[in-house]
Write a protein that binds this ligand. Sequence first.
Ligand code: HEM
Length: 139
Amino acid sequence: MLLFNENKTQKGLKDLSSREDVFLLVSSFYAKVRKSPEIGDFFNQTITNWEEHISKLTDFWETNLFFRVRYKGNPPKVHQQVDENFDNRLTQEHFGHWLQLWVQTVDELFEGEKAMAAKARARKMATFLFMRIFSARKK
Ligand code: HEM
């Protein structure tokens, strides 16, 4: 599994620099997620309005990468709810698949400082979210 492939040669791709870039990244990522045999169901059974979800996630990543504050939500709370809705079946492996698809999508489309930041932040956030889900279960 290629999660940490920062050492490969440059491919001449541009870096992320606008909301349009972030939108392309997020929509391409969710196109893969929806087809994923490992994690697709969590999303397909929860999200009814994909346009709204993709727009929200574009806000989230724009806020994260460019510090333009557009997203104001509570991801730990939302993911605890998702875990509860699926009878606490979310595992680290699911987060691993999520991350693999994210890294793959970033690498297919972009390269540079922001592309690296998008991968690094997702790794941190995946760890943090899973820890929050796990500790919420014990209560
Ligand atoms: C296996 C891992 C994951 C699963 C199954 C998952 C699932 C979901 C689902 C089903 C929603 C929609 C919830 C709803 O509309 O009710 C959602 C929202 C969201 N996810 Fe994830 N997610 C995962 C990992 C991540 C990671 C690693 C990040 C960040 C790097 C992330 C960021 C978000 C954000 C920002 C939202 C929107 C929250 C809001 O409504 O404000 N997710 N996720």
